[in-house]
Write a protein that binds this ligand. Structure first.
Ligand code: F6P
Length: 529
């Protein structure tokens, strides 16, 4: 099936209307908007599976939102979404389908789903889904074996980017669901300090190394994997089959490395979308097979919401369009993410890859330079820590940064007093950003009218985390789709890899021929005794 033809956003009629709306919107004031509309909270909030979103403290009115829905329509976002779910090769620069949603699809649901049953791709998808579930079952059975194996006390995941950030973030986020008795370590950096620090804490006979790499060629992961194996052998370790497993699409390379326990996945799973695949094995070992299935089910519920909710009630779509509004019409260049739950400590790092590796692109699908901005800079720290670091700038700095609060209603501890204080602080920060403090004068003046979103979860569980992450994936899809870029490739990471390969031998030889003056100068200093 041919990909749907879509118009580039800046060439649609509604783009100009949005530009006009942004000029008028310069006078938009959140405080007046609430005063004028007692229903604003209701109108600008949205329930989705496991997530309630308050969008009302954003610099947007009903008319602008309607224009944004029209933009999505004119850019063919819904057809593009359907093409993704149908397994078409929407990652055009790599000629690959984008089917991480299939990884969380229940085994039997394709039968009742006509989108999966009407065209020739349908049969392939049915086969793919069968393979997905066979692999999932095998991986979860292995996870249960490891969980039951009291002799394994430490699990060391060696991977980087999508083969590290997702599992690391999720294992930490779900720490309350982790069965005691196992420690989890994540090694990503080629900087040997990281692996060395972990190896000091573990013993060969009680450690399982998971070598996680989609390609099984990534320099950092291969370097760490080789060092881990050398260390294992030097410690007298012999049973590699028991102590090493590989999570990869390149099973042949893992076998060549000497690893026989392997869990595969497919080229249609992007690295930053891979924690739902075999790359999620550390999560499954941590929370168990049932927990991992709940995690997938939460994400699937959000997939169904994204596929079927009308635009006006479609949370990922509304968030993605808000991102476009801020980036292209209001002129904001970043978004801060503030999880008010310390277990979500690594969420900002995970979302950085998701947003910035997906949408940090400067050309359209035909390779032409874009005349408008794409991915914002994403950054953040858990609350309340951020309040005592950079929130000063958010309240009184010269730049306005929309803040996305993630708030969890029910705590998983019983220490009295803490949770109400945490929640009060989240609400107070959002309130202070919006209301400011008028007429205090000079240094104590808070301008207010600074936007924020609150994403509210009942509780942090495997299912709600799954839904929250799928929500973020689909909002990134939405903005990338409007911008008409390939959100699923990552050519921008290649050049540095090539140059590092050239520089490494020069550190030995001292050869600076052909290098720029700065690199040559630094190389010289690094070689000085
Ligand atoms: O940084 C580029 C990248 O390809 C990411 O997209 C990916 O998540 C990471 O490297 C790791 O790749 P692999 O899983 O193949 O080792």
């Amino acid at each position: 099936m041919a990909l749907p033809t879509r118009s580039r956003c800046d060439q649609t009629a509604v783009w100009r209307s949005l530009q006009e709306a942004s000029v008028a919107g310069q006078r938009f004031d959140l405080r007046s908007a609430f005063a004028a509309d007692p229903q604003r909270f209701q109108t600008f909030s949205q329930s989705a599976p496991h997530v309630f979103a308050d969008l009302s403290k954003n610099l947007i009115d009903g008319a602008t939102q309607t224009l944004l829905f029209e933009l999505a329509r004119q850019c063919g976002v819904l057809a593009h979404r359907d093409a993704m779910f149908a397994g078409e090769k929407i990652n055009i620069t790599e000629q690959r389908a984008v089917l991480h949603t299939l990884l969380r699809k229940p085994a039997k649901s394709h039968v009742s789903n006509n989108k999966y049953a009407i065209n020739s791709e349908a049969n392939e998808l049915v086969e793919d889904l069968a393979q997905v579930h066979a692999t999932l079952d095998a991986m979860l059975a292995f996870a249960e074996t490891v969980r039951a194996d009291g002799a394994i006390t430490d699990v060391v995941n060696i991977g980087i980017g999508g083969s590290d950030l997702g599992p690391q973030m999720a294992v930490l986020a779900l720490q309350e669901f982790v069965t005691p008795g196992k420690r989890f370590h994540f090694v990503s950096n080629v900087d040997g300090h990281e692996l060395a620090a972990v190896l000091r804490q573990v013993q060969a006979h009680s450690t399982l190394f998971l070598i996680a790499s989609k390609t099984f060629t990534t320099l950092e992961t291969m370097t760490n994997a080789q060092s881990a194996r050398r260390w294992f052998e030097a410690q007298g370790g012999t049973d590699t089959a028991r102590h090493f497993a590989a999570l990869t699409t390149n099973v042949a390379a893992a076998n060549a490395f000497g690893i026989t326990t392997t869990f595969g996945f497919w080229d249609w799973v992007g690295g930053r979308y891979s924690l739902w695949s075999a790359i999620g094995l550390p999560i499954a070992i941590a929370i168990g097979a049932a927990g991992f299935r709940d995690f997938l089910a939460g994400a699937h519920a959000m997939d169904e919401h994204f596929r079927s909710a009308p635009m006006q009630q479609n949370l990922p779509l509304r968030l993605g369009l808000l991102d476009v509004w801020y980036r292209n019409f209001v002129g904001f260049t970043s978004r801060s993410i503030a999880p008010y739950h310390s277990a979500l400590k690594r969420l900002p790092a995970y979302l950085q890859q998701l947003e910035m590796e997906s949408n940090g692109k400067r050309v359209d699908l035909q390779g032409r330079a874009l005349p408008f901005g794409t991915a914002p800079v994403l950054w953040g720290e858990p609350g309340t820590n951020g309040q005592h670091a950079y929130f000063q700038m958010l309240h009184q700095g010269t730049d306005v940064v929309p803040v996305e609060f993630v708030v969890v209603k029910k705590p998983q501890h019983d220490l009295p007093g803490h949770h109400p204080r945490l929640l009060a602080n989240a609400l107070a920060q959002a309130q202070a950003l919006m209301n400011g403090q008028a007429d205090a004068g000079g240094h104590r003046d808070f301008p207010g009218n600074r936007p924020s979103t609150v994403l509210l979860l009942e509780e942090l569980t495997p299912a709600s985390l799954g839904a929250l992450l799928a929500l973020q994936e689909h909002r990134v899809f939405t903005s990338g789709s409007v911008w008409g870029i390939d959100s699923f490739d990552q050519w921008g990471v290649e050049l540095g890899k090539v140059l590092a390969r050239d520089i490494e031998p020069r550190l030995q030889s001292g050869d600076v021929a052909g290098l720029d003056g700065s690199t040559a100068g630094l190389l010289g200093r690094l070689r000085q005794r």
